[in-house]
Ligand binder design. Structure first.
Ligand SMILES: Cc1cc2nc3c(=O)[nH]c(=O)nc-3n(C[C@H](O)[C@H](O)[C@H](O)COP(=O)(O)OP(=O)(O)OC[C@H]3O[C@@H](n4cnc5c(N)ncnc54)[C@H](O)[C@@H]3O)c2cc1C
Length: 403
């Protein structure tokens, strides 16, 4: 009996498993295929929501869904992958595979050393929960310098969503009073990586929320009472949060030397790891190319779609069925801007499609519905086909109107 192993139970891994089951259901020669998903947690963490209050809610139990579609689950930490012997190595056992989908995602790129050891993150469930607990614990502290000052290191997508959410979150805990949120970024403007289109909406939202920015600078040192910027400015603050980008799971670099600057592994158009016949990769760990030659981003939307293609192709490969080249013609972003609403952009040039309350309603729907996997087997399998997000689907699913 052949075995497909999927490493990682995030968006990419879950949808890889579902796509594999769907093909197994449809191809008689695959009837005896064993599909096993291995992950360190038995929950799918909804990472895009970890900037919100009460982050411990942001999980979906994996086991009932996997059981419903006939996928085995093993909870464990994968320490290494023996590609020559076709085995994944867990703490106390090794699991062999006929095909592997690597979907072990990414982790925050924290600065090294004592600086990175200081402060919080919202990258993992545990990190976001610790940050949330800390905000509530501030209420019990005596009045002191920087008690209600939060510095966010990194003004990219995650930093902006957290910054614009924080004044409301802090005021709810602190009651009326002075809260201060400061975003620090080495680039010349906040949200530089998000392109020109959304810049006015981002700027207006930061100003309206009273968020301070320090651009063109880095954090030189930090301790529990405050930090010092590269300009020499000292900021009294009892809360520092790192949102300094993501790096691919270190397993990628352990199995291939063909790694990009984010630590992602090079894959073919079918998402097979270059040079490794039996290994496919998807999501934040894969350097895949979307339509138009754009390298995918470490994003939920790319993880969900590459996951489906990788799961389908790894399974099709076992049955000598034709593989499908990964396609994702449309790229969209919806950036939460707190009390100012949100900004929705379409395309790699990030043309603004909606702002304010209209975009916020779309963001709410994405965050509370569209990125959640269904619970019922039939619905999971119906959604597991490697379909591509195109103009028509964008209008129907995101804008909820006809193209
Ligand atoms: C705060 C925040 C906000 C975000 N907002 C957005 C957004 O608005 N839109 C968007 O598109 N994207 C957003 N993202 C990015 C998005 O969450 C990721 O791109 C997405 O989660 C990637 O999915 P993945 O399945 O590739 O990896 P992950 O979600 O990282 O899942 C990887 C899985 O593998 C497991 N794993 C990892 N290593 C091992 C190991 N060695 N052994 C066993 N298991 C392992 C992990 O526990 C996890 O279950 C955000 C991310 C963060 C942190």
């Amino acid at each position: 009996m052949a075995r497909l192993v999927i490493a990682g139970g995030g968006f990419a891994g879950f949808w890889a498993a579902a796509a594999a089951v769907r093909l197994r259901r449809d191809a008689p020669s695959l009837a005896s295929l064993e599909i096993l998903l291995i992950s360190r947690d038995d929950q799918l963490v909804i990472r895009p929501r970890l900037y919100e209050p009460d982050p411990s809610r942001m999980v979906v139990p994996l086991v009932p869904r996997l059981e419903a579609i006939g996928v085995q689950f093993e909870r464990g930490e994968i320490n290494s992958i023996d590609v020559a012997g076709a085995k994944v190595q867990l703490a106390a056992s090794a699991v062999s595979y006929d095909r592997l989908v690597l979907a072990t995602g990414s982790q925050l790129a924290r600065p090294a050393g004592t600086l990175g050891a200081c402060g919080f993150d919202i990258d993992t469930l545990a990190g976001a929960a610790a940050f949330d607990r800390h905000l509530h614990e501030l209420a019990a502290r005596p009045e002191s310098e920087g008690r209600w000052t939060v510095v966010i290191a990194g003004g990219g997508f995650t930093g902006i969503e957290l910054a614009t959410a924080l004044p409301g979150r802090l005021l709810e805990i602190a009651g009326a009073g002075k809260v201060r949120v400061i975003v620090v970024d080495p680039a010349s403007c906040i949200g530089a990586s998000l392109g020109d289109g959304p810049q006015p909406a981002i700027r207006d939202a930061l100003v309206a929320a009273g968020i301070e920015v320090r651009t063109g600078v880095t954090i030189a040192s930090a301790d529990l009472a405050g930090l010092v910027l590269s300009t020499g400015e000292r900021i009294g603050c009892q809360t520092l949060v790192w949102t300094t980008g993501m790096r691919a799971s270190p397993l990628a670099a352990k199995i291939s030397a063909r790694i990009d600057a984010l630590g992602r592994i090079e894959v073919t158009p079918e998402l097979r790891v270059s040079g490794l016949d039996h290994v496919f990769a998807a999501g934040d760990v894969a350097h895949a190319t979307a339509d138009g030659g754009h390298a995918i981003l470490q994003s939920c939307q790319h993880a969900q779609v590459t996951g489906r293609f990788a799961g389908y192709n790894a399974t099709a490969d076992l049955a000598a069925l034709p593989l499908q080249a990964y396609r994702q013609p449309l790229y969209t972003t919806c950036l939460d801007l707190g009390a100012a609403g949100a900004v929705l952009t379409k395309g790699w040039d990030r043309t603004v499609e909606a702002t304010g309350e209209h975009a916020k309603a779309i963001k709410r729907r994405i965050n509370t519905q569209l990125i959640y996997p269904p619970a019922e087997a039939e619905a999971i399998l119906a959604a597991a086909a490697p379909v591509v997000m195109d103009e028509e689907l964008f209008h129907r699913r995101i804008l909820q109107k006809r193209a």
